[in-house]
Every structure is written in structure tokens, then in C-alpha cells.
Design a protein. Structure first.
Length: 353
């Protein structure tokens, strides 16, 4: 299995007028009382270690005393906007327990831990630099995956919810070997579907640490789902393999499991199921997906050479000449959606399920 290579560090792309219009239209664009740049003004930090005393590559940051109270208050206000109706009535019962900063990756997020002092329940959310391609990735995930996502944008700042689950690399190393054979078979089905979903919407770089395994207890069994948590590489790379999780060495054990548990007919069936589900979501999303794609097809989200190389690779896979006419990454994504919908509608017309 050849390992795909990322071509270069992806730059941050600005939010276009059409994308801002979409975000406003669907209540994703909202004035917030703190910016990413405000949080960058920390005056000190310490490393954050996990329960095994391993460096997490996050640092806990601290602020000058004259700034900390204002930062804490504004972060609590962001929490009420994000998780409630924006009312300030609950502010006295909230505490900012920690502000952590990630020292690697494109987005370099701040992770905020907010605790309710009445019952010690806590939640996390992230403050990141707003990047158009990442926002498209979040919006597409919200509409086309099985999972809803909560996020807000204001100017150059992006607020994202925390997604709970087991990081894929940790699951593969520590949990997968102990799964029942029936559970492993179910995980392989989910990986095939996740692989197909990522490719269709051009979500790249789904190495094991960029997705979560989410276990759900259902009567006498555990159901495992796979969901993306990193949307930095939405439709940027020129290599189609980047958008197919099966080609990353970090997912090798998952791919081996698929080979051992599923025959080709089953793999093909799960791919068809996922395409059909995506087609149904595209159809049911109606004006919302059209409004998003209206912005995306006109946005420049990658170098032109990446677009030209990728559209030819997708054409070789699909033999659909519509891809050859694409001049932006958004047009490739739109053509992919049209291809999936057309196939679904043709099968529906023929009564094939």
C-alpha cells in the first residue's frame, strides 16, 4: 500500500462574501466578545501531560492578571452563545478551568474548559483561526455525515464544539485487539463507509489521529461509529489518495481488518449504501447545500495545479467528463455530488435497491 504524501503546508484561506452570506443565513456568523488574537497574548505556559505522564504537545497558557478576568468573562459569554441562548444569567455559575494551546497542526487551536461550579460538570470548546476551507469542511460534515456539528464564525475567529470519542490511533493500539470478532466485523463496515464518505466530499488527511471511534452501548452489544474531527484538509490536495483513509499507514490495521473480515461483494455493497445515504442527504438538504456550494464553487481553495491534477484523477476513476470542465475545488466537489445523485436517481428509476 503506497503512502500518499501531503504536497505542502496548506495556507489559510479568507472567508468570501458568499460564504459569509451563507453563514449569516444559517446562524453560523455571530458577533462574539473575544477573538483568536486576544488569546494569543498569553504571558506564560506549562506543558500538559496525560495520565501516563506523556507530553500531549498541548501547553496550558496563562495571562497577565489585569487581562485574565476580562478573558475569562468573555470566554464564559462565548459558552452561553454557543451552548445556550446567550443569556448572562448563568455567568456567575461558570468557571474557566483551563485554556490550553496546541503547538502543532495548521489551526493551532485554543482548547477552553468551562466548568459549572454548582455540579462540577464541564465542557470543552475550541477557538481557532477562521479558515474558509475548514469552514466548508465543517458545513459539509454537518449536512452529509450522520453527525451534526456546532460551530460559530466571526471575522477571523472560529468557535468549534468538542467531539467526544476515542482517538483512532489510540483505539487501534489499545482497544481494537480486545474487541469481539463480531465487533471487529462491524468496525470494518464503518471504516469502508467512512472511507467512501471522505472521498466523495474530498475530506483529506484522515489519518488515525484525525478521526474518533465512538462506542455506543446498545442492549447487549457495543456499536462503533467513526467520525472526523479535523477539517483542515478539506479539498486542497491534488492527490486523490489523500482523500481515501485506506491509503494512510496509520490506518493499516483497519485496512487489514477489512481484508480479513469482508469479501469484495460486501465492500461494494457498503460503498453503495454510503453513496445512497449521501445522495438522500444532498436531496433533503435542498436550499442549504445549494447555498453552501454556490459559495464553494467560486472560491479558490487550492493552487490551480492541484485542481487540474485532481480533476483528471477523478475523471479516470469515474469516466464522467463533467469533472474535466472543473476550474475550482468546489466545482470538483459539486460534480462529485451530482455524480452520486445521478447514479442514485437512475437506480431508483430502475427499481434497484
Amino acid at each position: 500500500m503506497s503512502e500518499p504524501r501531503m504536497s505542502q503546508k496548506k495556507p489559510s484561506y479568507p472567508i468570501s462574501n458568499l460564504l459569509e452570506k451563507y453563514l449569516n443565513q444559517y446562524n453560523r456568523y455571530m458577533k462574539i466578545p473575544i477573538s483568536y488574537e486576544d488569546l494569543e497574548r498569553f504571558s506564560g505556559s506549562v506543558s500538559v501531560y496525560n495520565q501516563k505522564d506523556e507530553d500531549t504537545l498541548w501547553i496550558r497558557v496563562f495571562y497577565a492578571e489585569h487581562e485574565r478576568s476580562e478573558i475569562d468573562m468573555n470566554l464564559k459569554k462565548v459558552y452561553t452563545l454557543f451552548h445556550s441562548d446567550g443569556s448572562e444569567a448563568s455567568l456567575p455559575y461558570l468557571n474557566v478551568d483551563a485554556i490550553d494551546y496546541c503547538t502543532f497542526g495548521n489551526s493551532k487551536p485554543f482548547r477552553i474548559k468551562i466548568r459549572n461550579i454548582l455540579n462540577d460538570n464541564f465542557v470543552y470548546f475550541y477557538v481557532k483561526k477562521a479558515d474558509a476551507s475548514r469552514i466548508y469542511g465543517l458545513a459539509l460534515e454537518h449536512m452529509l455525515s450522520p453527525y451534526n456539528l456546532n460551530f460559530l464564525v466571526y471575522k477571523k475567529t472560529l468557535i468549534e464544539e468538542h467531539i467526544a470519542g476515542i482517538p483512532g490511533d489510540e483505539f487501534i493500539q489499545h482497544f481494537l485487539p480486545n474487541c469481539l470478532e463480531s465487533e471487529k466485523a462491524q468496525i470494518t463496515k464503518e471504516f469502508v463507509k467512512f472511507n467512501e464518505r471522505s472521498m466523495i466530499r474530498l475530506l483529506g488527511d484522515m489519518r488515525a489521529y484525525n478521526y474518533l471511534i465512538v462506542p455506543t452501548h446498545d442492549f447487549d452489544q457495543v456499536i462503533y461509529k467513526i467520525r472526523a474531527i479535523d477539517f483542515d484538509q478539506q479539498s486542497f490536495e491534488s492527490n486523490l489518495k489523500i482523500y481515501r483513509p485506506q491509503f494512510f499507514k496509520e490506518n493499516y490495521k483497519m485496512v487489514e481488518l477489512v481484508k480479513n473480515k469482508l469479501d469484495k461483494a460486501s465492500i461494494d455493497q457498503y460503498k453503495i449504501e454510503e453513496r445512497s445515504i449521501i445522495a438522500k442527504r444532498l436531496i433533503s438538504s435542498g436550499r442549504r447545500i445549494k447555498s453552501l456550494m454556490n459559495a464553494m464553487v467560486s472560491d479558490q481553495l487550492a493552487p490551480q495545479k492541484n485542481v487540474d491534477i485532481l480533476k483528471n484523477q477523478v475523471y479516470q476513476l469515474t469516466l464522467d467528463r463533467n469533472f474535466l470542465a472543473c476550474n475550482t475545488m468546489g466545482q470538483i466537489v459539486q460534480s462529485g455530488f451530482d455524480f452520486v445523485k445521478r447514479n442514485y436517481e437512475n437506480h431508483e428509476a430502475l427499481g434497484i435497491h
